[in-house]
Design a protein around this ligand. Structure first.
Ligand code: TYD
Length: 141
């Protein structure tokens, strides 16, 4: 059986505020394996594919603007239950709801206006992980 994978992004706020190392440390502390890692400037096309379930929402332009406001770090991370476990490690979507001890609870700012800025993205299912890996790592099998 192939190992479970997730697509994890450190979003522009996480990069700008210096949390790349912290996110990687938390992944390594759980003994997950980073299989690929790159710094990228997200294109509109990549973002529209990545957020295909949100692209028609009225707030999508603010997500696009935020996700293009600076470089992001994209990773393929593998290990047992990585998808479910990293979602727990990331915490709730809205930083105000994210528990202390989660990445978003510890590092995300209050959500005041525009897009929610919540430090990380992680795939919400094994199927979406494989779909998202193709968007950010087209060179990977
Ligand atoms: P979603 O997939 O619902 O959350 P998660 O990232 O926890 O899987 O939404 C994707 C991103 O879109 C979310 O991290 C932040 C942004 N977003 C907003 O800016 N405003 C909103 O009202 C929602 C629902 C999401």
């Amino acid at each position: 059986m192939t190992e479970e994978r997730s697509l994890i992004l450190v979003k522009p706020d996480g990069v700008l505020n210096g949390h790349i190392g912290e996110v990687i440390t938390r992944i390594e502390n759980r003994r997950y394996q980073i299989k690929a890692l790159k710094v990228v400037n997200a294109s509109k096309e990549q973002l529209a594919e990545h957020y295909n379930q949100l692209v028609d929402k009225p707030f999508y332009p603010s997500i696009e603007e935020f996700m293009q406001s600076g470089p992001i770090v994209a990773m393929i991370v593998s290990g047992k239950n990585i998808v479910e476990t990293f979602r727990k490690m990331a915490g709730a979507t809205n930083p105000s709801d994210a528990l202390i001890g989660t990445i978003r609870g510890d590092f995300a700012r209050e959500w005041d206006k525009g897009s929610i800025q919540n430090v990380v993205h992680s795939s919400d299912s094994i199927e979406s992980a494989e779909r998202e890996i193709k968007i950010w790592f087209p060179e990977e099998k």
